[in-house]
Structures are given as structure tokens and as C-alpha cells.
Write a protein that binds this ligand. Sequence first.
Ligand SMILES: Nc1ncnc2c1ncn2[C@@H]1O[C@H](COP(=O)(O)OP(=O)(O)OP(=O)(O)O)[C@@H](O)[C@H]1O
Ligand SMILES: [Mg+2]
Length: 373
Amino acid sequence: MIANPAPGQPAAVGSRPAAEAAVRVTGLRKRYGSVIALGGVELTVERGEFFTLLGPSGSGKTTLLRLIAGFEQPDAGQIELGGRIVTRVPPYARNVNTVFQDYALFPHMTVAENIEYALRVRRMPKPERQERASQALEMVRLSGLGRRKTGQLSGGQRQRVALARAIVNEPQVLLLDEPLGALDLKLRQEMQLELQHVQREVGITFIYVTHDQEEALSMSDRIAILNQGHIEQVGAPIEVYERPRTAFVAGFIGISNLIERAGRQITVRPEKIRLLADDEQPPAGSVVETGQLRDVVYVGVLTRYVIDLDAGGELVVARQNEEAPALTPGVQGSRVRIAWRDDQAFTVSSGPGPDPGQQGQGHDGTGPGHEER
Ligand SMILES: Nc1ncnc2c1ncn2[C@@H]1O[C@H](COP(=O)(O)OP(=O)(O)OP(=O)(O)O)[C@@H](O)[C@H]1O
Ligand SMILES: [Mg+2]
């Protein structure tokens, strides 16, 4: 039965103590020939979390999912599911399901047969099987399509079948590898909302892979940012966006906006920087720099200004288009002054730091340049 779990009580947790993390990965390494796909990954995913692995192509996202699912064996390290060590346990004996990017549906079967398949293999009696399948179909809003062949469905509908097929098993953890990658933008956005909704409803822990930063920010409880087989930072969407710890995270989530001042790499988000009018006084406690406007990019809701700074480097400033664009400043080549609040600038390291829990540091603005607090 796909029941609504009580608040804070994820479904299908068996008899394991509630305090155990859904997934705990320690020292996980995987190499393919000379390629280090994972170079010592540490990760804890809590029960009922919507957890996202975000990173560029080749960063190791799929490898990490396949190791958690048991399709691959690590060279070193350990994987725990709900407190149980499963590193050498075969996939079918792990309480985990995977939704693949290509959905991997059985084309000769109907929608209902696809969804019931795993239950049939487990020899669940037919009436119960059908009941569960129809509940799952309802959850993904496909009621009434159970008799269709999967070849007669749209991309979004196939995606929903794949999801229903996975949740009907009530796995402890559901792994989703770019499940929306094949859909167009509009459908993708719709499905993002529905996936979140389904996840909240069933309470299953989701580990969701994407390389789309907006998708990650809008859907997740927490995000891990992967780069070349390493986790650079783990945190809530607000943390990783507002307090990127490394240059890579700053650049991968949003516009990187990195400058070097006093021997440090500093990042400031574009919307935190103010383009000052000619006679405007900068707000107290802000850093002011001067430069030359190089580019003006109108993108509808806002305009981006690319500024070459006199002190070296460039910054992008984003400004909401409250006025018609013709009324906003924007003559290329003109001299500009910009200001940002001192506590909105963060020192970032150039690689993954030693402590994933530690956040970026603000600047106290007492000295020249940008001192770490
Ligand atoms: N079976 C394999 N044999 C050899 N190399 C592999 C294999 N699987 C993955 N790799 C390599 O390991 C690295 C990580 O691959 P992985 O598929 O985990 O990346 P990813 O983050 O999922 O990328 P994408 O966003 O493109 O799906 C890549 O350099 C890839 O080429
Ligand atoms: Mg992949």
C-alpha cells in the first residue's frame, strides 16, 4: 500500500531504528582504467530527504548512483542503507529503486503491467498488486491509462510510468538519474513540481541527479556539488548559492563573479551589487569599486551589466528591470561605480575544502581589501 506516512515518518522504513541515515557513504572510490570517477566521497543523506547530486558531465554523479544501487562495486569505501552495510550486497537485495534517464520501460507491456511487474516477480497476489498499481497511477496522475502500451505515451507520461513503477515497490531510497532530461522545458518544470509533490507524499528518500542548477535549487532539501569525482560542498539550496565555499561552486551555481583582492579569491552574487547613480552615496559598510561598463545584456526580468574593474578583474551586476529598459543606465564604455555590502562578499578556496560543514566567510570591512573574518 502506498500510504501517506505520518509527518516526519517516511514510508517503508522496516524495523531499522529511525535515527539511522537513509544513506551513508564513506571513503568511496571508483576508478575506470586511468579515470578516477570517484575519489573518496563522503556523504550522508537523511531519511525522507530530497537530496540532489549536482555537477557537470563526467563529475561522477551516475557512478555514485550506480554504486549506491549496487550495479557497480567500489574500489574502496563503504555504503550503508538505513544503518546496514550493503557495500557487497547485490542490487536486488538492497531496498533501492532507480529511475533511469531513458525510463527503461517494457515496450510490449501495458502501463499497468509495467508498474505491476516487480510485484508480480515478488508473487504478490493479483488483487493487491492491482490495487497498488492503481494507487501509484493515481499518484502520478495517470489514472485511466493503465491499459495503454507504453509506446503509445508521450515523453512526460512515460516518465510518470517510470516513477510509478519505482515507487510501487516502496523502496527505502529512490535514485533518479536525470529523469527529466528528455523533456522540453515546460513539461520539465511541470514534472519538477510533481516529483516534489510525490516525494513529499510518499516520504521516500530521493537521491536526484541533475546538471541543471535551477532544477537543483528549486527542488532539493540539500544539494551536493560534485566536481571531478569529489564533493565540493553540501548544503541547503540557500547555503550553496549564498555561501559558496569554492570557486567551482560559485561558478557552477549562478554566475561565478570571482575577483582577486589582497591575494584572495572573492565572490559576490550579481544581484547583491548595486550600480550607483552619479551622485549616489554608497550604503554604509559597503565596498565601492570603479570601472568601465563593457556589456549590457537585457534578459527580460533583469539586465546584466558586465563591468571591467579598475582594480582588476570583472564583475557582473544584475539589476531588476523595474523601469522600462530605456530608462535604466547602460551606455557601453561609460564609467561606473558599484557597491556591495561587505558581508555579501565571500572568500572562496580554489579547490574542495577539508570540512564540508564550514561555510564561506564574510568580510568585516575594517581593513583595506577583503580580509577574512
Ligand atoms: N563504464 C565506464 N568505463 C570507463 N569510464 C567510465 C565508465 N563509466 C563512467 N566512466 C567515466 O567516469 C567519469 C564519471 O562518469 P559518470 O557517468 O559518473 O559522470 P556523470 O557525472 O554522470 O556525467 P553525465 O552528466 O555526463 O551523465 C567520466 O569521466 C566517465 O567517462
Ligand atoms: Mg550521468
